[in-house]
Design a protein around this ligand. Structure first.
Ligand SMILES: [Zn+2]
Length: 120
């Protein structure tokens, strides 16, 4: 165990669940994406910051750098599950459909609370 490389190891492990490209103009939060990750938040960050309103607490870590150890093991656990039930967020309207179910009165995705956003 070399403590000097621990951070690099953590960053390398995190990359498995991070998108290949990062849009610097968007929120830098990593999306849970049903345990698959590899998706950056599509919302714009709050002024002066790098994260949007719903991701201030970075529930799933960020698109670059180490993911919190607990979250990383959650991602790994999901990876081991069979894919038969996989439903990718392949379209934004689908995401809206779910958002409308869990929070019918919101007018935008940024109106979701972090807890509601957590399921997406
Ligand atoms: Zn965000």
């Amino acid at each position: 165990m070399h403590s000097t490389t621990r951070n690099e190891d953590a960053a390398a492990a995190a990359l498995q669940f991070q998108p290949l490209t990062v849009d610097d103009t968007k929120c830098l939060a990593l999306m849970w994406n049903r345990g698959r990750g590899r998706q950056q938040c599509c919302l714009f960050p709050m002024s002066g910051g790098s994260l949007c309103k719903v991701h201030q607490r970075q529930p799933h870590g960020k698109v670059r750098g180490p993911i919190p150890a607990a979250k990383l093991s959650q991602f790994r656990k999901e990876l081991l599950k069979p894919e038969k039930d996989s439903k990718q967020w392949y379209a934004r309207y689908l995401m809206w459909g779910v958002a409308a179910q869990i929070a019918p009165d919101i007018t935008s995705l940024s109106g979701l609370t972090p807890e509601q956003y957590e399921v997406m």
